[in-house]
Write a protein that binds this ligand. Structure first.
Ligand code: GTP
Ligand code: ZN
Length: 375
C-alpha cells in the first residue's frame, strides 16, 4: 500500500514510475501528463526502441475526443514519434478537432499496469492522463536497466488500483482549538488527518455540546477556495458555508464538517481547467467529464469516520444534495431530517445551479423557480 502512495507523489513531481502486472500483460513505465517534460518523454522513448509511448486516458476523455471507447475501463492511444509535450497535454485537456491526428486512429484498451498508473494520477488530483510505455518481461535489457536505475519506483498494479479506488480514509484527531466565529462564538475547530497523510479535514463544533439537540444539525461542506474564501459568484458555496454556521448556531449547536474535496473531488487545478471549458459553453458536468473525470468524484467515508469519532449517529443534514444523504446512511449514520440550504442566485451562478438540479438531482426547484421562468 505504501508503495502506491509514494507512487502518487512521484507522479505529482514529474517522476516516472514502473507498474508491474500480476497477469500475462506487460509492466508499464508511466509518467503523468500534467507533469510531463520533453526529457521524460525522450526517456520513455529510449525504453522502447522502435516502440511508441502511448497516452492512457479514461473513457470519458476518449468520448470528449470524439472516440467511442466501448467498455474498456481505460484507453491507450499510441502516440506518433514526432509528438511534442504540448500536443500530448492538449490531447488530455482541450477539445479540438485537429488533435485527433496526433494520436494513431487505433484506440486500444489499456493494459492493467497502464490502467493502474492512470488511476494513481487521478488519485493524486492530477489530470487523469498518463504517458506509458509497455515493458514486457521478455525485454530483459530494459528490465535490467530499470532495476539498476534506483530512481524509478516500482509498484504492483493490484495494490495501486486498491489505493486509487479506495484510499485509506481512516482519520486521526490531530489538534483542536477554540475559534470564535462572527456567526457563532462558541466554536471549536478539530483537525483530522487521513491515514495516508494526504488530506486534512476540519470538524467545526458549534455551541455547547452538553445542550446539543437531537438529531444533531450537520453540514458536510466540500471545500471551494474560490467561493468560500473569495466570494466567487460562479457558485453558491461561500454563502452556503456562512449560512450553515448561522443556522447550526441558531438551532442550538451542531457540527460543520469542512472536507478537503475541492472541485467536487477533482482538485483546484482541475476545477480551474473545468471553469475555462465552461466559459466556452460546457456545463459543469460536461466540463468535468471532458477532462476525463466523472460528474462527482467526492467520497464521504472520512466524514462518516469523523462523525463516528465525535459519537454522532442521528443527524439533521443541511443539504440539497441527495448523494450526501445516501453516503451518510451507507456509513451507518441516520439522517432523521434534511434542511435545505441556499445561497443567492446571480447571473454567474444560475446556470451552475440549474445544472446541479437537472443533472445531479439537487433539490433546488424552489430557489430556481423564483429566478427562472417555466421552472
Ligand atoms: N468541478 C467543479 N466543482 C465545482 C464547481 N463549482 C463548485 N464546485 C465544487 O463543488 C463543491 C460543492 O460542495 P458542497 O456545497 O459541499 O456540495 P453540493 O454538492 O453543492 O451540495 P449541497 O450540500 O447542497 O451544498 C465544492 O467542492 C466546490 O469546489 C464547478 O464548476 N466544477
Ligand atoms: Zn463553490
Amino acid at each position: 500500500m505504501q508503495q502506491a502512495e509514494r507512487a502518487i507523489f512521484d507522479l505529482r513531481r514529474g517522476q516516472p514510475i514502473r507498474v508491474t502486472s500480476d497477469g500475462d500483460s506487460p509492466d508499464a513505465v508511466a509518467t503523468a501528463v500534467e507533469t510531463l517534460t520533453p526529457a521524460t518523454l525522450d526517456y520513455l522513448r529510449t525504453l522502447a526502441p522502435g516502440g511508441h509511448p502511448a497516452l492512457i486516458i479514461t473513457p470519458n476523455r476518449a468520448r470528449a475526443l470524439g472516440m467511442e471507447p466501448g467498455n474498456a475501463p481505460a484507453i491507450r492511444l499510441p502516440l506518433r514519434d514526432d509528438v511534442a509535450v504540448a500536443d500530448v497535454r492538449s490531447l488530455a485537456t482541450v477539445v479540438c478537432e485537429h488533435d485527433h491526428h496526433r494520436a494513431s486512429a487505433d484506440l486500444e484498451p489499456a493494459d492493467e499496469a497502464e490502467y493502474a498508473a492512470l488511476h494513481l494520477a487521478r488519485a493524486g488530483k492530477l489530470l487523469p492522463a498518463v504517458v506509458a510505455i509497455p515493458v514486457p518481461a521478455t525485454e530483459s535489457d530494459t528490465v535490467d536497466r530499470l532495476q539498476a536505475d534506483g530512481t524509478i519506483l516500482g509498484v504492483d498494479a493490484t495494490p495501486a488500483l486498491a489505493v486509487a479506488a479506495s484510499p485509506r480514509l481512516e482519520v486521526a484527531h490531530v489538534s483542536d482549538a477554540s475559534v470564535p466565529l462572527e456567526d457563532a462564538d462558541a466554536t471549536r475547530f478539530i483537525l483530522f488527518r487521513e491515514a495516508n497523510g494526504l488530506l486534512e479535514h476540519i470538524a467545526v463544533l458549534i455551541g455547547d455540546q452538553a445542550q446539543w439537540p437531537d438529531p444533531l444539525p450537520i453540514r458536510m461542506h466540500s471545500s471551494c477556495l474560490t467561493g468560500d474564501l473569495f466570494g466567487s459568484l460562479r457558485c453558491d458555496c461561500g454563502e452556503q458555508l456562512r449560512n450553515s454556521v448561522r443556522t447550526i448556531d441558531q438551532a442550538g449547536g451542531g457540527i460543520l464538517l469542512y472536507l478537503a474535496q475541492e472541485g467536487r473531488g477533482i482538485g483546484l487545478a482541475n476545477k480551474l481547467r473545468a471553469y475555462t471549458l465552461q466559459d466556452s459553453g460546457m456545463d459543469t458536468v460536461e466540463a468535468d467529464c471532458s477532462l476525463g473525470f466523472g460528474s462527482d468524484e467526492r467520497r464521504y467515508e472520512a466524514a462518516v469516520e469523523m462523525l463516528r469519532h465525535l459519537k454522532v449517529s442521528r443527524v439533521c443534514l443541511l443539504t440539497n444534495n441527495p448523494l450526501k444523504i445516501e453516503a451518510l446512511e451507507d456509513g451507518g449514520i441516520t439522517v432523521v431530517e434534511r434542511r435545505p440550504l441556499h445561497g443567492s442566485l446571480n447571473p454567474h451562478n444560475v446556470r451552475y445551479l440549474n445544472t446541479k438540479a437537472e443533472r445531479a438531482g439537487h433539490w433546488l426547484d424552489e430557489l430556481l423557480s423564483r429566478a427562472l421562468p417555466g421552472k
